[in-house]
Design a protein around this ligand. Structure first.
Ligand code: B4P
Length: 184
């Protein structure tokens, strides 16, 4: 049973690691970025509202993201565990997550923080080449990460839930380091 949050800058490998571990443990991988990208592709009302923020490298407004996470966590497949990838992304989202989990009598086991230097991140994302992976947007996403998401490292450290992992090694080595850190 695992209930994990993935923190870390854009392109640090959250999606890669969360996807691998969710497959191994057969629990849902809940990526807010992936859900939002699908909504944009399908041009749903959520996607239409989210698109301009994502294209600029800004966070999508909390109220849009909170609704989708709440709805997803209430689905029955989350009972054995879940991995939240890219959420929470600021302190307001972390506090809202606490309330959502308390309503369903759950808590998170650990917050995994993937540490990767900025130069490596820029190289990885330029190589990936997603729509929001151009140099200007990447720079903005790194700024937003520093201002809004990095404070969550302290937030989870103070609760003794933080596991910081060197994300600048092979994908397999990162996976092993995470498993070791949480005793899985
Ligand atoms: P996300 O989808 O969360 O994307 P990300 O932070 O860019 O990527 P991630 O860290 O998952 O990197 P990946 O594994 O793919 O966010 C996109 C946008 O959605 C945000 O900018 C925002 O607008 C919006 N959004 C999402 N959640 C939100 C929220 N909660 N609130 C508000 N807005 C939100 O890895 C990157 C690349 O590196 C890949 O190509 C991968 O193959 C490679 N890689 C991974 N691990 C590697 C390794 N160990 N070695 C070498 N390469 C590696």
């Amino acid at each position: 049973m695992a209930r994990l949050i993935f923190l870390g800058p854009p392109g640090s490998g959250k999606g890669t690691q969360a996807g691998n571990l969710a497959k191994t443990w057969q629990i849902p991988h809940i990526s807010t970025g992936e859900i939002l990208r699908t909504a944009v592709t399908q041009q749903t009302p959520l996607g239409q509202k989210a698109q301009s923020y994502m294209d600029r490298g800004e966070l999508v407004p909390d109220r849009l993201v909170l609704d989708l996470v709440q709805e997803r966590l209430h689905q029955s497949d989350t009972e054995p565990g879940w991995i939240l990838d890219g959420f929470p992304r600021n302190v307001a989202q972390a506090e809202a997550l606490d309330r959502m989990l308390s309503d369903i009598h759950q808590h998170c086991d650990a917050a995994i923080n993937l540490e990767v230097p900025d130069e490596v991140i820029v190289q990885r994302m330029l190589a990936r080449g997603r729509k929001d992976d151009n140099e200007e947007t990447i720079r903005r996403r790194l700024e937003v990460y520093r201002d809004e998401t990095a404070p969550l490292v302290d937030f989870y450290h103070q609760r003794q839930q933080l596991a910081s992992i060197n994300g600048n090694q092979s994908m397999e080595a990162v996976t092993s380091a995470i498993q070791q850190a949480i005793g899985a």
